[in-house]
Write a protein that binds this ligand. Structure first.
Ligand SMILES: [Ca+2]
Ligand SMILES: [Ca+2]
Ligand SMILES: [Ca+2]
Length: 268
């Protein structure tokens, strides 16, 4: 179905940046990520640094819009079972099911953060933001690692969501990926103005240091937002308005009192 609101947004939203634009539901599944680094103009296998900022690696921090295409930031694609610290495109199972993954080390990501920046171009103020994601673990070391979530509207003050905290298994188990641990939360009263940013952050650190660190990976990040405010007015003649209302009533068109983000930049 066609969303009238989505159409209005497509027609009116500014497109000044390569960042997340608004149309409909989004799932970031890293299907084309190959662990080849981060730039604001990503090539195949890279992620867009306009969307991602990372701290905690010995190579140095990655700010939004920065470039990091070597060392810790570009460990490539892997099935897991690594020990060299850095960011990988881990195949966590299924058919080429890559995820955004980290192998931590004593100097990498202990602690560290991965932050995803989204931009509201809905034309309205965001009310609720629903976030769902998967945490995967590869328990190839006796250590255990935390993965926690927080969010911010200014990239300075972050609000933790302790109910989403997770920790990888301690004693080494059977080699392989654990399967997804699904997490989700709804951020109420987000109050992000039109053209404002919002930040989703995953943090990690050692919980137990013993005989090697597990790999962790994020996948299938779903973001859905609800906007406050006035519906988009129906434009045109009375006849046109009545036609649109009729199409809505019959289900041909959907009046969407919400809007969601998508990624326009293909590498994600
Ligand atoms: Ca994936
Ligand atoms: Ca472990
Ligand atoms: Ca490992």
């Amino acid at each position: 179905m066609v969303s009238i609101l989505a159409l209005a947004i497509v027609l009116t939203a500014p497109h000044a940046t390569a960042q997340i634009e608004i149309v409909d539901s989004i799932t970031v599944n890293f299907s084309t990520f190959q662990g080849s680094g981060f730039t604001p103009t990503p090539a195949a296998g890279q992620l867009n640094s306009d969307d991602w900022a990372i701290t905690g690696f010995s190579t140095g921090d990655l700010a939004f819009g920065g470039t990091a295409t070597s060392g810790d930031y570009a460990r490539g694609a892997s099935a897991g079972g690594e020990s060299l610290g850095g960011i990988y495109a881990f195949d966590v199972g299924g058919s080429s099911n890559n995820a955004l993954g980290v192998q931590a080390s004593s100097t990498d990501f202990t602690p560290g953060t991965i932050t995803l920046r989204i931009r509201n171009v809905s034309g309205a103020t965001l009310d609720q933001i629903h976030v769902a994601y998967e945490v995967h673990e590869y328990n190839d070391g006796d250590g255990s690692t935390s993965v926690t979530f927080s969010h911010s509207d200014d990239d300075l003050a972050y609000t933790a969501v302790p109910s989403l905290d997770t920790t990888t298994t301690g004693a080494t188990g059977v080699a392989g990926w654990s399967g997804a641990a699904p997490k989700s939360t709804t951020i109420s009263s987000a109050n992000v103005p039109d053209l404002g940013f919002f930040y989703l952050r995953w943090s990690s650190d050692d919980v137990v240091v013993a005989g090697g660190r597990d790999e962790i990976a994020l996948d299938n990040i779903e973001i859905t937002v609800t906007t406050l405010g006035t519906p988009v007015p129906l434009l045109g003649s009375r006849a046109t308005t009545l036609l649109i209302l009729a199409l809505i009533a019959t289900g041909v068109l959907a009046w969407a009192p919400f809007a969601t983000f998508r990624y326009p930049s293909a590498p994600e």
